[in-house]
Design a protein around this ligand. Structure first.
Ligand SMILES: N[C@@H](CCC(=O)N[C@@H](CS)C(=O)NCC(=O)O)C(=O)O
Length: 205
């Protein structure tokens, strides 16, 4: 059976939510992260999410796994047909969130040791990265001020993925007065049945 590997509350949460949205028959397995984790035998770079297919092919990267899972249910309103502008827009937001928000901002906030060997530099790295986060969220706020969802006036893969990082942003304390549309988005995201189910399954309810 196909297995999705996740860590509670990590960026793998998006794929977990999608499995509940589409009610896909996929096993979800929680792993321990770290250099000595046995999970490295499944995914040598030790990161989640990873999707192990029936034929033992391993898919990695949210930007590949989310579209792959959505395409298991052709015609789902969570994605859009191949060749359509909406599909490209959804993929555009997946790329933006993966690069500008996750790796561009949260990676240095959460892992400053990957940017300097000098521990004294960590507060400064985090400080600059929080500003990067605010900058990266501004175009998203502008989009959500016009429409409840990122693309096509409906909830899509782009929103599923964004929701993870809006939750992280709230915890990082950057969603105050400047981001009312993102706050509203987060409330609606957390109210979705799929999100409630995935949170409970990850022990985060
Ligand atoms: N570009 C990857 C990033 C995956 C990633 O960094 N996952 C984090 C959790 S949010 C992880 O597994 N971290 C463990 C580590 O870096 O050792 C993706 O979008 O799938």
């Amino acid at each position: 059976m196909t297995t999705l590997f996740v860590y509670p509350g990590a960026c793998s949460f998006a794929a977990h939510v999608l499995i509940h949205e589409l009610q896909l028959p996929i096993n979800v397995e929680q792993v321990v992260l770290g250099p000595d984790s046995p999970y490295r035998q499944v995914n040598p770079n030790g990161r989640v999410p990873a999707l192990l297919l029936d034929d033992h092919t391993l898919l990695t990267e949210n930007t590949a796994i989310l579209p792959y899972l959505a395409d298991l249910q052709p015609g789902t309103p969570l994605f859009a047909p191949a060749g359509s502008v909406e599909r490209a827009q959804i993929q555009g937001w997946l790329g933006y969130v993966a690069t500008e928000v996750h790796v561009g901002a949260f990676r240095p906030i959460n892992r400053p040791e990957r940017y300097s060997a000098d521990e004294q530099a960590f507060p400064g790295i985090r400080q600059r990265a929080l500003q990067q986060l605010v900058n990266a969220l501004k175009p998203i706020e502008a989009q959500l001020a016009q429409s409840p969802y990122l693309v096509g006036n409906r909830f899509t893969l782009a929103d599923i993925y964004l929701g993870v990082f809006v939750g992280w942003s709230a915890r990082a304390g950057v969603l105050q007065a400047d981001f009312p549309a993102l706050q509203d988005f987060l409330q609606r995201y957390r109210a979705r049945a799929s999100v409630v189910q995935a949170l409970a399954a990850e022990g985060l309810a």
